[in-house]
Design a binder for this molecule. Sequence first.
Ligand code: GRF
Length: 190
Amino acid sequence: MNIVVLISGNGSNLQAIIDACIAGAPIKIVAVISNRADAYGIKRAHIAEIPTVVIDHKLYPTREEYDQALLITLQRYQPDLIVLAGFMRILSATVVNAFANKILNIHPALLPKYPGLNTHQRALENQDTEHGVSIHIVTNELDAGPIIAQQAFNISTDDTPESLQEKAHQIEHQLYPLTLIKIARGELVI
Ligand code: GRF
């Protein structure tokens, strides 16, 4: 299964997928695309000898023009699946519709709870006792597409947004590669 991974930052989820590929997962990362040249994930891709493309959002006056450039790049790689891994931009319908049911996102909350940003802070403010991670299909509504994988964990009284982020990351690094492997093997059909 050929995938393109979209990132904006650290790329620890990208690294987990790279590691799964090295360990023999039936997945090939054909490209990593970032909207930021300084994303650490770009370095991770270079080390793994994966082609990278930076499409800097600051060079495009509108979202539509940015997404046109992104679309052309994505089409060039013909991915079976597009994997958002900390890509901090909302995709317009141009991209979402061109790859309907072929874009996945990982979100640090138990969707449909807490779409958008600051999920850990919001879970603490609401005094939730559990929190978690969701993987969903990207549709035209933010963080609202069908959920294909989810894993919860307990919130303890001494948790902070930072500790929740750490817990969420640990789960993400297992759940994202595992879910992609299931799709590649045909065990999970979208
Ligand atoms: C992850 O927590 C993911 O849930 C969210 O962005 C974060 C990306 O982290 N969408 P990283 O860049 O993979 O380290």
